[in-house]
Ligand binder design. Structure first.
Ligand code: 5GP
Ligand code: ZN
Length: 114
């Protein structure tokens, strides 16, 4: 998608601080971190939001979780824990319309979610 910010990051047209990359998935540090460690995991394929996940994407979405686990282990926050967030649509507060999973870690986030 030509006018999508995260597709531009996938293509390398916009730089990012990469944490993980394979042929299907990219993970990079959020430019405006909400927690001491804030990483975004995205599919390289353009999927606008959670609503648009198709049956054929199920393995890809599962892989995003496996990548999050790998990152948690490699970055050393697996044992202390972390929060995964996917914002969807207006009420979900989604600002970038390319599916992404936030990994928030590095401090206690407490039990309250919203
Ligand atoms: P959303 O609100 O859509 O769930 O989250 C979008 C996230 O993308 C925000 O946390 C924001 O800080 C991050 N973001 C926006 N533009 C850029 C960028 O150019 N580079 C990086 N690394 N993160 C970005
Ligand atoms: Zn995109």
């Amino acid at each position: 998608m030509d006018d999508c910010l995260f597709c531009k990051i996938v293509k390398g047209d916009i730089p990012s601080n990469k944490v993980y990359e394979d042929d299907e998935i990219l993970a990079f540090y959020d430019i405006n971190p909400a927690t001491p460690i804030h990483i975004l995991v995205i599919p390289k394929k353009h999927i606008s939001c959670h609503n648009d996940i198709a049956k054929e994407d199920e393995a890809l979405i599962g892989k995003m979780h496996s990548v999050a686990n790998k990152i948690a282990e490699e970055k050393g926050f697996k044992e202390k824990g972390y929060r995964l967030i996917i914002n969807c649509g207006e009420d979900g507060g989604q600002e970038v319309m390319h599916l992404h999973m936030h990994i928030l870690a590095g401090k206690s986030l407490g039990a309250k979610i919203a």
